[in-house]
Design a protein around this ligand. Structure first.
Ligand code: IVH
Length: 677
């Protein structure tokens, strides 16, 4: 690009922004473009070039950062707009057992009555994305979100080179959705983590977290440096002309969309099984993470016939790979204090490659676990990756224990504040009891409070550390008393960062009660429990007034959780926190608008659930409520039906039978709500 003076550049940038917005409006809103795509892209290219040359003129609202005029960013540019999915974004049923896979095939055979084939695909371990193309252009990119609505991450996705903004070729439907996975290849992951560690940031646990974290970056430009890739595996639309899934994907590939090169068209379950066994080994040579194989019925008519359950298609299933193991020497053990004071032993390992990433640390859970494994420093230990953030140690190779190896001594005092550790009678964990003054615990509470799933305040580890060191924050409500002057006085903080922070603090006043409750960090009250408690009690006052019996009556609340809630509710610290946060404007009551409605199918119905389902009991209850139903704990004359999962309680079943109350299986239930919604 020719060099151009600053003043002229600013003028030209303003002109191009307006011009592009006008064309966007013509295109997306009026559906009447006045220039060709090629001309549009030339203007866009020019604007991108100028913004790069003069970043001081590149604003958040530039068309280079948005696709389509219907997209706006959230409060203070800190959030993404949520958009409903046109078709729900579901997950997949999965299995680790060969028999179950053949049973899946058996079910399909019975339903089909005609010959059918399978598409066998790698299960890419990234984060799901849903792209909408209209008139051959990328209109929008949504994350899976909660399955019914997703975050609009278009402004970030346009910076992933693998995703075309404009399609080419023939037969492109006027509008369609294509779904797939955004993932981070191992090489990019290792590079990113090395950079993060150098910058003093927490490294990502795995490429999948790195991919989803990157997708939510507030600075879209940063996306380009992250080396993300994309593969698409599911085409959706109205009246699409394809008869098979594979044919549809091949067409998409012809339009320039990235499709996996590793898929197989299998003529039956035996061929699918061969594919699985071959890839169980071969996947280790891939430059990106996979966590299984997906088997899909290829014929679209049969897919339609088979349909969906409430959470996954009946025409597809995932074969999950068993976690891999590695064996490596144990170098030392660190003791980490969490925000609740729990002390977790963490093993430092000789770095070892496990499922494609280098593992240096692993959890040892607690002292009992260390004793059980009889772990010694220098031991060769087996590590596995579970669902947790850090891998875990599952065993010791005793035959390789070095002579004179010593057991690591579990500390008696808190490694942070020196308080004598205590051990709860009924728990295997050691705790630092110095809740009020132990610095790690205080900082941990703020980090938890500010986290995305809680209050979503722009305060990571470094900010909390800085605010704490200055003595500005000790108890949670202190956050809401922070001043602009205090913030701009922090090292490296400019006016803009202070304003963004204050805006996010302000936005947190609208966070629904269930998240506020979770944010309080009451021991044993995780996200799901907080949600359930918020729904059950409706307000903090009702929860704080609850008796032990009342709490114990709730499903999934045992002695430990109830005890922890009661202790918190009775503590001056708990009461003071709530009162001051309430005064700061936080929400301590549930709002009807917080719970999303899926249908009215169960309006006026009272349902009792019993046993285990394919989703958690909490999720099942939320589903019932989302369809308008009410959950009740015991079967009575008022019960509309008993929803019985696996191992349903015989008492409840007998009572339902006695009272003549219908008993529905999970499948019956799914059919009921699907038909109606
Ligand atoms: S098909 C309704 N195909 O795995 C169809 N999913 O555990 C559902 N995934 O949500 C998706 N590779 O994010 C499909 N080849 C593949 C996949 C794949 C990875 C992800 C996807 C899905 C999750 C289910």
């Amino acid at each position: 690009m020719a060099k151009i003076g600053k003043a002229a550049a600013q003028q030209r940038i303003e002109f191009l922004k307006k011009e592009l917005e006008r064309h966007n409006h013509n295109y997306y809103v009026l559906n009447a473009p006045t220039i060709t795509d090629f001309e549009f892209d030339l203007l866009m290219g020019e604007l991108q070039g100028l913004e790069k040359l003069y970043p001081e003129f590149a604003t958040e609202d530039s068309p280079t950062r948005h696709v389509g005029s219907d997209l706006t960013s959230g409060a203070a540019g800190t959030d993404f707009v949520q958009v409903p999915h046109r078709w729900p974004m579901l997950s997949l049923g999965n299995t680790y057992a060969r028999e179950e896979l053949f049973e899946f095939d058996e079910r399909i055979r019975k339903a089909a009555g005609v010959p059918y084939t399978y598409s066998c695909e790698l299960k890419f371990d990234g984060t799901a994305i849903c792209l909408t193309y209209r008139d051959g252009r990328l209109l929008r990119a949504l994350t899976r979100g909660d399955g019914t609505k997703g975050d609009d991450v278009t402004r970030n996705v346009v910076n992933i080179p693998a995703i075309p903004r404009i399609l080419h070729g023939t037969g492109i439907p006027r509008e369609f959705e294509i779904r797939g996975e955004i993932y981070m290849p191992f090489a990019a992951f290792e590079r990113l983590n090395a950079e993060r560690e150098e910058a003093g940031l927490e490294p990502f646990a795995n490429p999948r977290n790195a991919a989803s974290g990157s997708l939510k970056l507030q600075n879209p430009e940063e996306m380009r440096t992250r080396g993300l890739d994309c593969v698409l595996y599911h085409l959706l639309g109205e009246d699409l002309p394809f008869k098979t899934h594979i044919e549809a994907l091949q067409a998409a590939s012809g339009w320039g969309l990235p499709i996996s090169e590793y898929s197989l068209h299998a003529d039956g379950i035996d061929a699918a099984w061969d594919y699985i066994t071959a890839w169980d080994t071969r996947r280790k040579t891939l430059p990106f993470a996979t966590d299984g194989i997906v088997i899909k019925v290829n014929e679209l008519e049969l897919q339609r016939q088979l349909g969906f359950t409430a959470k996954s298609p009946r025409w597809a299933t995932a074969w999950k790979f068993k976690p891999e193991q590695a064996c490596t020497p144990l170098l030392s053990v660190d003791y980490q204090v969490g925000r609740t004071g729990a002390v977790t032993p963490v093993a430092n390992l000789e770095p070892v490659l496990l499922s494609g990433t280098v593992v240096k640390r692993a959890s040892l859970h607690n002292k009992d676990q260390m004793d059980l494994l009889d772990i010694h420093i220098g031991d060769y230990v087996y590590v596995e990756k579970g669902g947790e953030i850090i891998p875990k140690i599952t065993g010791v190779d005793l035959s390789r224990r070095p002579e004179g190896a010593l057991r690591p001594a579990f500390p008696e005092r808190c490694p942070d504040c020196g308080a004598t550790l205590v051990r709860d009678e009924d728990e295997a964990r050691h705790y630092c009891p110095n809740r009020e003054h132990c610095p790690v615990q205080i900082k941990g509470r703020f980090i938890h409070f500010a986290s995305r799933k809680a209050m979503d305040i722009l305060a990571g580890d470094a900010t909390v550390e800085a605010l704490y060191n200055k003595g500005y924050i000790r108890t949670l409500p202190d956050l809401y008393a922070l001043t602009r002057e205090q913030l701009t006085g922090l090292d490296g903080w400019q006016e803009k960062s202070a304003d963004n922070f204050l805006a996010s603090l302000d936005a947190s006043r609208k966070v629904p009660f269930e998240r506020v409750l979770y944010a309080l960090g009451i021991r044993h009250v995780g996200e799901q429990t907080a949600k359930m408690l918020a729904r059950h009690f409706g307000s903090i006052d009702a929860l704080m007034a609850a008796s032990e019996e009342e709490l114990l009556q709730l499903e999934d609340i045992g002695q430990t959780v109830a005890g922890s809630i009661l202790e918190w509710a009775a503590s001056p610290e708990g009461r003071d926190t709530v009162e001051r946060l309430r005064a700061a404007g936080l929400r301590f009551e549930i709002d009807a608008a917080d719970t999303q409605r899926l249908s009215e199918t169960l309006d006026g119905k009272t349902i009792v659930i019993s046993g285990n389902f394919s989703i958690s009991r909490e999720a099942m209850k939320a589903l019932i409520e989302a369809h308008g139903g009410k959950n009740a704990g015991s079967v009575s004359g008022k019960t509309s039906f008993l929803l019985a999962g696996e191992k349903a309680g015989p008492e409840k079943l007998r009572k339902a039978e006695k009272l003549g109350i219908p008993v529905l299986s999970e499948t019956d239930f799914n059919n009921l709500v699907e038909k109606e919604s």
